[in-house]
Write a protein that binds this ligand. Structure first.
Ligand code: G2I
Length: 486
């Protein structure tokens, strides 16, 4: 599936089985949920995927790849769902069991299955404090940061062009009332680990939507307020984030909050899409069915709530199977919750607007004004060699490299006078080249590479730092970075 079609343009075609349903409705033989209130112009889908597609949305499931050999399981998957999320197969422990040794067999199986059946793929998850490989336990500081960035870069590069949306960072906020970050080995590498992960993911797969994903963020509470503030900050500073995933694991103690829709809406108002990413509801019968219905109706009321994923297929497939939290029972029979979900999807709602492709580098760099007159032939070519360090600023580099490539993250810190424009020189070894930079404009080759501030990050107060980064081929920089006032 190419990334453009995977994004969902909002355009809809009517699949054959849906046309059949339309005909039966037109003739008054309504085979689907008699309580369906069809929105004007809408039509009934007979599967979750078809019903969601009527408003331009997907309906997905978390899939365990080892169950793809179970015909009952795969039959429901292929019939009902239009998106898949790997339950465990794309996590760090699964994909990089030894440092810089990557295993994609299981994840690839899922992606191939999805592509063969026209389903989207949600990647889960590039950076998370859980399910890390054992070898990360001995790492900290720069070594762990670099290992994480290399992981993000490698995995996102492997799946480049085949992922609709990545959960780039999962569950990074604390559960208590602090609204702050969760303590973890990744958090201890510095508060900027999340934005560094997003930048590396964007550089590796510019076509994928990049999402932050978490639980207990489904209503307005200190935790969701913390995530909200982060997204607001990322948007203001041009950190590449496209979406927020709301896991939506509901239990008797933690039911669908009254302000569920309002909470989704406030995130959308920040300029990101939202998705329901791991929906399950403990319980049975009509109360479970009502909760599913409420979740679906809330999403459909928001045009930029673009899809819903349930956290498995049959109750017996669930990670918490004793809660019987899913839409099909252990025999694969549709539950009341299935019917209420289908009915809510068929009741219609807002249509998902077309999504423009994200920028290929983030944030967008300032475009030079168009030249109206040809340059005089006597104008010397612009020099790209960076000026020598002048004491107005310093630059420090953190490097994540692997055979044949690297990602460098550079922090520019202003001296006591502050700065109004900067240029960093960072020589590369011969044979190395910059392929992509974010939050800076790069020029020159190998020994003469320079990076200049873009529009928003030129002015820095005394002692304050700003970060940019770049990806390259060959060996990464080994020398000292110079920084000067531009
Ligand atoms: O509700 C749990 C979910 C919370 N949000 C993030 C999700 O990624 C997470 O999913 C669950 C998986 O569904 C489980 O399948 O994450 C668990 C681990 O945190 C997964 O459980 C693990 C077991 O802990 C391992 O012992 C087992 O080897 O599943 C592995 C594969 O079956």
């Amino acid at each position: 599936m190419n990334p453009v079609s995977a994004r969902g343009s909002g355009r809809r075609t009517t699949p054959p089985r849906l046309r059949a349903a339309l005909v039966s409705i037109a003739t008054g033989v309504v085979a689907v949920g008699t309580t369906v209130a069809l929105a004007s112009g809408a039509s009934a889908g007979t599967t979750l995927g078809a019903a969601a597609a009527e408003t331009g949305r997907y309906f997905g499931a978390a899939v365990a790849v080892n169950r793809l050999s179970d015909s009952g399981y795969v039959g429901i998957l292929n019939r009902e769902f239009t998106s898949v999320t790997a339950e465990n197969e794309m996590k760090w422990d699964a994909t990089e069991p030894s440092p810089n040794q990557f295993t994609y067999t299981s994840g690839d199986k899922l992606v191939s299955h999805a592509e063969a059946h026209g389903m989207r793929v949600r990647g889960h998850a590039l950076a998370w404090h859980q399910q890390q490989p054992r070898w990360t336990a001995v790492l900290s500081g720069t070594a762990l940061r670099n290992a994480m960035l290399n992981h993000v870069t490698q995995v996102a590069t492997h799946y480049r062009g085949r992922i609709d949306a990545w959960n780039v960072v999962n569950e990074a906020f604390a559960d208590g009332g602090s609204g702050g970050r969760r303590d973890s080995n990744l958090q201890r590498t510095g508060d900027d680990w999340i934005e560094a992960a997003f930048r590396a993911a964007r550089a590796a797969d510019p076509g994928a939507k990049l999402c932050y994903n978490d639980y207990y963020t489904d209503g307005q509470n200190p935790k969701s307020n913390g995530v909200y503030a982060m997204v607001q900050d990322f948007k203001a500073r041009g950190v590449p984030i496209d979406c927020v995933g709301f896991q939506s694991h509901f239990t008797a103690q933690s039911p669908v909050p009254a302000d569920y829709q309002a909470n989704l809406q406030r995130f959308v108002d920040l300029g990101v899409e939202v998705q329901i990413t791991e929906l399950d509801v403990e319980g049975s019968g009509s109360s479970q069915a009502d909760s599913y219905s409420r979740v679906v109706r809330a999403c459909l009321a928001i045009s930029r709530c673009t899809g819903i994923t349930v956290s498995g297929i049959r109750d017996t497939d669930s990670w918490r199977s004793s809660a019987t939290p899913l839409l099909f029972d252990g025999n694969g029979t549709k539950k009341a919750a299935y019917t209420s979900t289908l009915d809510a999807l068929n009741a219609g709602g807002t249509t998902v607007p077309p999504t423009p492709p994200p920028p290929t580098a983030a944030p967008p760099t300032t475009t030079p004004p168009p030249t109206t007159a040809p340059l005089p032939t006597t104008t010397p070519p612009p020099t790209t060699a960076p000026p020598p360090a002048d004491g107005h600023c310093t630059a420090s580099v953190s490097l994540s490299s692997w055979p044949g490539g690297f990602v460098a993250t550079v922090t520019v810190t202003a001296g006591p006078a502050g700065l109004d424009g900067w240029v960093v020189g960072l020589p590369l070894p011969s044979g190395a080249a910059v392929t992509n930079a974010w939050s800076a404009q790069h020029a020159g080759t190998a020994g003469d590479v320079s990076f200049r501030n873009v529009g928003y990050n030129g002015s820095i107060g005394a002692g304050v730092g700003t970060e940019f980064g770049f990806q390259g081929t060959g060996d990464g920089p080994t020398g000292t970075a110079t920084c000067a006032h531009a």
